[in-house]
Design a protein around this ligand. Structure first.
Ligand code: ADP
Length: 239
């Protein structure tokens, strides 16, 4: 479970996240949606414990900067940053050691095979294409069997097979009760997997919807998204 409470992040005077509060339960897939610059990556980096912020973030009840939280948190960044001089397999080994995993080899092989990295096993991080580097990030995040996992724009740059496989993995994790948070600027790319969506604009959550609400009300989510994100200044606003 993820509990974000009054998260505010400023870059000097610029407010990138403005008092965000939301909860994502076990087994729930939440989407942070919004155009470029809305503040999605900043929120995800704060949750991942990479940025200083005001407010509180709890991962399954643990403060997000605690070791207990870090042990159960997976993070797939928007821009992959593999170790240049580690091979694909050494990345798996590194994560396994850092997280003190046991009997991880079979799982690592399986993840690599599903994302078609097996034949790249001995390639160095720097020798791989961006898409392949992204696949390493996904394997590393999945290897620890996180209870909460963050994906920042995960589908951009992946090939169709990897997208299909990643969506299947997300479905399996959800069944196991994992809390999943995905950021995207393209709502349609996640339309078959979300349970809850937070539409962000200018650092704020402007709307929150559950799948059940949208299905029962017949609301057009895409229309809502564009109404919020393309809101033109009215005469009154402009004054
Ligand atoms: P998104 O992920 O929704 O595209 P970001 O969270 O990356 O949005 O960025 C939100 C806002 O914060 C943008 O206006 C961006 O320019 C600004 N921003 C992001 N990172 C920094 C930084 N390191 N320093 C200053 N401003 C930043």
């Amino acid at each position: 479970m993820l509990n974000v409470s009054h998260l505010t992040k400023k870059y000097h005077r610029f407010v990138a996240n403005d008092n965000l509060s939301f909860i994502v339960n076990d087994g729930e897939t939440a989407v942070l949606a919004g155009p470029n610059g809305a503040g999605k990556s900043t929120a995800i980096k704060c949750i991942a414990g990479l940025l200083r912020f005001d407010g509180e973030i709890e991962i399954c009840g643990f403060n997000n900067k605690s070791i207990d939280a870090k042990k159960i948190l997976g993070y797939v960044p928007e821009i992959p940053a593999p170790f240049e001089l580690l091979t694909v397999w050494e990345h798996m080994e590194f994560i396994a050691r850092a997280y003190r995993l046991e009997d991880w080899e079979k799982r690592a092989e399986e993840l690599m095979s599903r994302l078609e990295l097996t034949d790249k096993r001995d390639k160095l991080g720097k020798e791989l294409s961006k898409g392949m580097q992204q696949k390493i990030s996904i394997c590393c995040a999945m290897l620890i069997e996180p209870k909460v996992v963050l994906f920042d724009e995960p589908l951009v740059g992946l090939d169709p097979h990897a997208i299909k496989e990643l969506k299947a993995m997300l479905g399996e994790m959800k069944k196991n009760g994992t809390t999943i948070i995905i950021s995207t600027h393209m709502l349609e790319s996640v339309e078959d997997i979300w349970d809850k969506v937070f539409i962000m604009m200018n650092g704020k959550i402007e709307a929150e919807r559950t799948r059940r609400f949208v299905e029962e009300s017949g609301e057009n989510l895409e229309e809502l998204f564009f109404n919020i994100t393309e809101k033109k200044q009215t005469g009154a606003d402009a004054q």
